[in-house]
Unconditional design. Structure first.
Length: 219
């Protein structure tokens, strides 16, 4: 079956974790818990760790146990200085321009956050869709329903898609749906079809899949 789409996770996938942007988001999460739930910083950090262990995502625990408005939460935690951290990545833009498969963002963040990130990186024109946490009805990846909504909207099956992500459980769900999976990260062995240290290793994966020739065109 022909590969038609590449699904890109956003945070810690399109840009390197080492840049520190996601640490700013994590600080905002702890701040949100402190403010909205009237907790000390230590209590907020402990609650977040508990929700991450039990549910995989802080938001899921907050919705289940604290009646938090998910729109309020995601708007607060993603209000960080993206432009002060991320600059234009011309090498990434050149890579995107050489890959003529359709590219979409699939993220547990907000559409506004995603737009700011891809604008700062200089790659916004290459993405045809942004599927954010609101599109997923605040049921984040790796829940299968989030992927089913995206696949249904695009009118494709998992076998027609490649998924890049830094979160192994998300890749496990994508793989179960038939997607070709690419883990973006440097920590150990992950159950994915491919593993690359950072996003610019994608071209090598596409060549291995015979989706890209050395001149940057689809074979």
């Amino acid at each position: 079956m022909t590969t038609r789409y590449i699904f890109f996770d956003l945070d810690n996938t399109l840009y390197p974790r080492q840049c520190g942007l996601f640490r700013l988001i994590e600080e905002r999460i702890n701040g949100y818990l402190s403010i909205r739930l009237n907790l000390t910083h230590a209590e907020a950090a402990a609650l977040r760790r508990s929700y991450l262990r039990e549910y995989g995502f802080t938001l899921v625990g907050l919705m289940k146990h604290n009646c938090i408005d998910p729109q309020d939460y995601v708007a607060f935690v993603h209000e960080v200085d993206i432009e002060g951290v991320l600059g234009e990545d011309t090498e990434l833009a050149h890579m995107m321009s050489r890959i003529p498969l359709e590219k979409v963002i699939v993220t547990n963040a907000t559409r506004r956050h995603a737009r700011r990130v891809i604008r700062s990186l200089g790659v916004a024109p290459f993405f045809t869709h942004i599927f954010d946490i609101a599109f997923m009805d605040y049921c984040p990846k790796p829940h299968p329903s989030s992927f089913h909504k995206v696949l249904t909207y695009l009118g494709v099956t998992g076998r027609e898609c490649i998924m890049l992500d830094d979160h192994p459980p998300t890749l496990a769900t994508a793989r179960a749906l038939g997607m070709t999976t690419v883990y973006v990260g440097r920590t150990g062995q992950v159950a994915a079809d491919y593993q690359i240290g950072e996003i610019k290793g994608l071209e090598g994966v596409l060549r291995d899949l015979q989706l890209l020739d050395d001149g940057g065109g689809v074979q």
